[in-house]
Design a protein around this ligand. Structure first.
Ligand code: NDP
Ligand code: PYC
Length: 338
């Protein structure tokens, strides 16, 4: 930790927000993005932390994201709420629709929030965690851009297509998982490249469709889905539900629109929310108490719950501040001075 600089969450968020304001984002979007990126650093999720700032700025500069479109919430009173993001980043759109989604799920048992035409670079756990904090279980998913070969295939077609789930727990952190349906998130491949480290076997193919452990060759070729044909099918489901079904771009379409993987992709997102009380009504047992029994049984075997590492990292960051490397501080200094 010798060459690390410690910043408070407030200071880190403010610095990122300043960079985005200077980069041309409206106050609404600069604030929403800086909250999500600072939260990634706070929780030790480096692949969607400060490292993402430059990619967002490049996307703004390339004119591939609206810096100031105000998201619009369309609510016809049904179970399907829609946010029209107008080509802006997704984060403010989610913040606009989240409470309405949770309330609709509590009323109907089940509700969905569709975000259309959003530029998406962020992790999904902040969203399902926020919804779990509002008392609903939530499932979030989105395509990405075509960088993953289907299991048994040779070339990029699917996205890294993240899937996240949150379950509310009284008096504690929710149960949350959030992962790419590729073996690893694309950000992890890029971090390996920057660190000059080879990839583990089984992560990627080169441009000729051959297995590779070279991160640069992997970035030029295709990543692989996790769990072979199973991850490939889940990723395809995400293309269908959060692309085709919501009338938005698939990962293939997002890459064609963008023409590069060096900018953040534009597509849609689907977030489902469930009221456990409504689903369990009239059935024996309290769903939250039954969930605790399951979590205790998992922990009782010595296994850890997903997000446990993240919540521990958060505790440390909130107590002692967020630790940034010299390179990360240099990056923020440079971007602030532009
Ligand atoms: P990881 O493999 O790092 O982690 C996946 C999940 O598994 C986390 O919830 C993690 O919890 C949990 N986990 C890890 N190890 C264990 C373990 N031993 N026991 C129990 N749980 C465990 O995620 P990925 O690299 O696949 O994805 C990283 C991020 O990238 C995600 O947040 C995702 O949303 C984002 N992403 C975004 C995309 C986009 O288009 N916007 C595309 C692809 C990915 P913990 O954090 O506590 O370790
Ligand atoms: O990490 O794979 C990724 C990713 C793609 C878009 C945003 N994150």
């Amino acid at each position: 930790m010798t060459d690390m600089t410690i910043l408070s969450m407030e200071a880190l968020t403010r610095r990122i927000e300043t960079v985005f304001r200077k980069g041309g984002l409206s106050p609404l979007h600069a604030a929403a993005l800086s909250r999500v990126i600072a939260a990634g650093e706070r929780d030790g999720c480096k692949s969607h932390g400060v490292y993402r700032v430059e990619g967002c700025l490049r996307t703004i500069k390339a004119g591939k994201v609206s810096p100031d479109a105000e998201p619009i919430l369309r609510d016809d009173g049904s179970a399907v709420l829609r946010v029209a993001a107008g080509g802006a980043f997704s984060c403010a759109g989610f913040e606009l629709g989240a409470l309405a989604l949770a309330e609709r799920a509590k009323k109907l048992g089940l509700a969905a929030l569709v975000i259309n035409d959003c530029t998406h670079f962020s992790a999904l756990w902040p969203e399902v965690e926020a919804l779990a904090g509002m008392g609903v279980a939530a499932l979030a998913m989105c395509p990405s851009y075509a960088t993953v070969a289907p299991s048994g295939g040779t070339a990029a077609l699917l996205g890294t297509n993240p899937l996240a789930f949150g379950w509310p727990r009284q008096g504690g952190h929710p149960y949350v998982f959030d992962f790419a349906t590729s073996v690893a998130a694309r950000g992890e491949i890029e971090l390996h490249r920057r660190a000059g480290k080879p990839l583990p076997e089984g992560w990627a193919l080169d441009a000729a469709g051959r297995p590779t452990t070279d991160p640069a060759a992997a970035l030029a070729g295709a990543m692989l889905p996790f769990g072979g044909h199973k991850g490939s099918a889940i990723s395809t489901m995400i293309e269908l539900l959060a692309g085709v079904m919501i009338g938005d771009l698939t990962s293939r379409g997002a890459l064609d629109f963008l023409g590069t993987t060096t900018l953040a992709p534009q597509h849609g997102e689907l977030i489902l929310a469930f009221s456990p009380e409504r689903f369990a009504a009239g059935r024996p047992g309290d769903p939250f108490a039954r969930a605790e029994t399951l979590f205790e049984a998992i922990a009782g075997q010595g296994a850890r719950l997903p997000s446990q590492r993240r919540f521990k990292a958060r505790e440390g960051s909130l107590a002692e501040g967020v630790a940034l490397t010299a390179a990360e501080i240099e990056q923020l200094d440079r971007l602030e001075a532009l």
